[in-house]
Design a protein around this ligand. Structure first.
Ligand code: NG1
Ligand code: ZN
Length: 606
């Protein structure tokens, strides 16, 4: 877990020129910064790695030497793909204004052009340039990270190599080395261990504290037979970390002195570890959520696996979805939308409970950010039952994160695919300080006091920089435990509208443009007209006229894969499938489709 340091060396222009020449840009290729960085077939990656490593060093220089991060991963994509995610010095995503420069860099032929682009963007090499590097378990990630390190050293940057880490842990390492960006409430003395261990310990410590607030406030509706969760690690890097957690929980509980019935602690059974099976293939969060199927468990084990409480991560462990197998063997899926509902209802309840003693709590703006992929039933439930504000932002963490920050003091965001977190703003920390003054001498059993104890541990439990599967796992488990719920109770909060997602390959996906929140295609112009007609036709035959049940379909070019994504939802699976099939056929016809056309109905119309 300890990082390997590479101290800055004198810039070596010859070596840089050699690298740029050897790893040249293939003819007729244009690389673009996508939804979360660069993502391509791994054979295309080396030229991007060399150039974006230099770019990252310049970004650090532009921040007066604040360390930034480079993560070698293609997240949920198949094994043959790889990519680069950039962490800014505050642990968040690269600011959107820097994306164009990153794209120009990825496509620049030589050092002279790179420096011209840098100068045009008022960016220049500095004395201090520090880049943290991490990588996932793909077979080509080691080689690519070594190439990044070589490029950074040749450019005169300092490199801190964390080896195999999850994407959120790399972001945390970056944030932790820029303490000026950490909220005061998260600053505590160094534990003397690695930042990654410190991070996991802080999650576990907050989790245990949260569990210890259990009281008779919630009536225990359902008793767990055994608090044990199967964790499908998608055969990715999360599988190297989850096996460490049970022992960390035990150690923390023993040493902390927190009084807790140890049977309340969840026991994790990690499966689909690196090497057990193919990365992200028929397992992991992306597969379960998009295909709506139970994952294959590749791990050989003598144990009978508990399929009642399962979490699936994606390949770099920044996404999580929960699921169970019902008595008929069908999937019960608790996706990012369901997590958003669970978490935001909990936050609202606790803030409300606190407000009886601390009226300031009433002024806290709580809300949710979703994307167009959010199931219509979840949005309706959040607005009508949870009675919270909902903002729909563009796909991608960089958009939902910014919106959560902008609109709310306590902003929860979750993409339906399970990527999300809760952001606590300045006003929330003010509330905690006021609560401390009012409640410090009250009984720990007082409801407002309990709410304060719960709320104050959350910023350390929930990653403040990016969504993290491990942190979200403990957050969800703690809420379920406090409420006495299992996955079925949680799932019954509302029923998802049946939906279908699929992809279509086209000659050039950039020909599709969308409106601000991606719910409509603005070009080609005929596409939206045809989609509207398909939705209207289906709405006429829908059993109810309620707004939430109106069939909906939209299409948008993926920013991580060479495909156009199709989403459809309707009042029955048959209708959702038919609408998705029709939308796919329209994209294929109007946008020069290539390859196979997905069809979920027996006959597909072209
Ligand atoms: P694209 O490929 O742009 O749809 C996908 C996800 C995003 C986000 C990014 C980054 C869907 C529909 N889209 O983006 O939400 O997670 O990958 O990993 O799941
Ligand atoms: Zn991911």
């Amino acid at each position: 877990m300890r990082p390997c340091m590479h101290y800055p060396e004198v810039p070596n222009t010859n070596e840089l020129n050699r690298l740029l020449k050897h790893f040249s840009i293939p003819p007729k290729t244009k690389f673009t910064y996508g939804t979360a960085g660069f993502r391509y077939h791994h054979e295309l990656l080396p030229p991007i790695i060399v150039r974006i490593a230099i770019f990252a060093a310049l970004r650090s220089s532009s921040l007066d030497g604040e360390p930034v991060g480079l993560m070698i991963t293609a997240s949920h994509n198949p094994e043959q793909d790889n990519g680069l995610k950039i962490s800014d010095s505050n642990g968040g995503m690269l600011p959107i204004e820097w994306e164009a420069m990153a794209t120009d860099f990825a496509n620049a032929k030589n050092l002279k052009l790179l420096m011209e682009i840098a100068a045009k963007n008022n960016s220049q090499p500095g004395k201090e340039m520090i880049v943290h590097i991490g990588r996932d378990t793909r077979s080509h990630s080691l080689h690519l990270s070594q190439l990044a390190i070589r490029s950074l050293k040749a450019f005169g940057a300092m490199v801190i190599d964390h080896g195999l880490v999850t994407t959120p842990a790399l972001h945390y390492n970056v944030l932790r080395s820029n303490v000026n960006h950490m909220p005061n409430a998260l600053l505590y003395g160094s534990s003397g261990t690695s930042f990654e261990k410190e991070y996991l310990n802080s999650i576990i410590g907050s989790y245990v504290s949260l569990l210890s607030t259990k009281s008779q406030l919630y009536t225990q509706k359902i008793h767990w037979n055994k608090r044990s969760m199967l964790v499908d690690c998608a055969c990715g890097v999360g599988g190297l970390k989850v096996p460490l957690l049970n022992q960390m929980i035990e150690e923390f509980t023993e040493n902390s002195g927190i009084l807790l019935d140890t049977s309340s602690l969840v026991h994790l059974t990690p499966v689909n570890l690196p090497g057990d099976g193919p990365l992200n293939e028929r397992c992991g969060a992306e597969y379960v959520q998009k295909q709506q199927k139970l994952p294959v468990i590749y791990t050989e084990t003598d144990e009978t696996l508990n399929m009642e409480y399962v979490a699936s991560f994606d390949g770099d462990a920044d996404r999580i979805v929960f699921h169970a197998k019902d008595v008929d063997g069908n999937l019960v899926l608790l996706d990012g939308d369901k997590i958003a509902v669970l978490v935001s209802s909990f936050l609202q309840e606790e803030i409300e409970a606190l407000s009886t003693a601390v009226p300031f709590a009433k002024s806290i703006r709580c809300g949710i950010v979703q994307t167009a992929y959010a199931n219509g039933s979840s949005t309706a439930y959040l607005k009508n039952v949870v009675k919270t504000d909902v903002v729909i932002a563009k796909t991608g963490v960089k958009h939902v994160h910014t919106a959560a920050h902008h609109h709310f003091d306590v902003g929860t965001y979750f993409e339906a695919n399970g990527h999300g977190t809760v952001l606590f703003g300045k006003k929330f920390f003010e509330l905690l300080a006021k609560a401390e003054q009012c409640l410090v001498s009250t009984s720990r059993k007082n409801r407002s006091n309990i709410a304060w104890q719960r709320l104050r541990v959350l910023p350390r439990l929930v990653n403040q920089a990016v969504g993290d599967a491990i942190s979200d796992l403990f957050l969800v488990d703690a809420i379920l435990y406090l409420k006495g719920w299992n996955l079925y109770t949680w799932g019954q909060l509302y029923s998802d509208m049946p939906s279908r997602q699929c992809k279509v390959k086209v000659q050039d996906r950039t020909m599709i443009h969308t409106n601000e929140n991606e719910t409509k295609a603005t070009s080609p112009i005929q596409l939206q007209m045809a989609l509207d007609a398909a939705m209207d036709a289906m709405a006429k035959n829908s059993p109810t006229g309620r707004q939430a049940n109106r069939p909906r379909a939209f299409v948008r070019p993926s920013g991580t894969e060479d495909a156009v994504r199709i989403y459809a939802e309707a009042n029955s699976q048959k209708d959702a499938d038919a609408l998705a099939t029709e939308a796919a056929a329209l994209v294929y016809k109007l946008c020069n489709g290539t390859g196979n056309l997905p069809s979920f109905t027996k006959e597909s119309k072209l």
